[in-house]
Design a protein around this ligand. Structure first.
Ligand code: ADP
Length: 187
């Protein structure tokens, strides 16, 4: 199964991706996690990404696209994958289309995890206390939400038109949300 998880920051994509990946036996690929690992290891990619991430901006498409292409070229994605946090812009959608076409693969589902703004801001502020992410301050959180609405939310229309969109309520117990997603996937 080839799945995209889409949704605002704080909707719980990372949490759900880890659980779903285990249940479905496919790797979860998180662009955010990959960027953070690169920042931590002080790689060139990390240095580039950090400037954007700390400001709550998207890392430029060329950088993100080539990172995803490298990851999808690895053997463990042959039987499927779950993308968490990619694509996030329309240009990334087209680039992913190209990568999949080249590999003679197709997407099966795009899961949109929804959550309202107040809940999201509360969750991210709580996470900030625990994880100390540089982009979890209230100003940057609000900016990330604006960027999401402007640049990423419109992607759901594209996938809706393709008949791939499955909307799932991200509010509630973690297990409950996982069950909802599995149901939406027909598993
Ligand atoms: P969240 O969804 O909670 O904002 P992520 O961990 O998914 O967090 O992403 C953190 C940051 O990494 C984003 O704000 C952005 O700077 C960068 N990033 C992640 N994925 C992408 C992407 N597909 N395109 C551009 N930037 C990205």
């Amino acid at each position: 199964m080839r799945i995209i998880l889409i949704g605002p920051p704080g909707a719980g994509k990372g949490t759900q991706a880890a659980r779903l990946s285990e249940k479905l036996g496919i790797p979860a690929i998180s662009t955010g996690d990959t960027f953070r690992a690169n920042v931590k290891n002080e790689t060139e990619l990390g240095k580039t990404a950090k400037r954007y991430m700390d400001a709550g901006e998207y890392v430029p498409d060329e950088v993100t696209n080539s990172m995803v292409q490298d990851r999808l070229n690895q053997d463990d994605t042959a039987n499927g994958f779950m993308l968490d946090g990619y694509p996030r812009t329309e240009a990334q959608v087209h680039e992913l289309d190209r990568m999949l076409k080249e590999a003679s693969q197709e997407l099966d589902h795009v899961v949109e995890l929804t959550a309202d703004t107040d809940e999201i801001v509360a969750r991210l502020l709580a996470r900030a206390q625990i994880e100390k992410r540089a982009d979890d301050t209230e100003d940057v959180i609000r900016h990330r939400l604006d960027v999401y609405v402007e640049q990423t939310q419109p992607l759901t229309d594209i996938y809706q038109e393709r008949g791939l969109l499955r909307k799932v309520d991200g509010l509630g117990e973690i297990d409950e949300v996982t069950d909802r997603v599995l149901k939406a996937l027909g598993v």
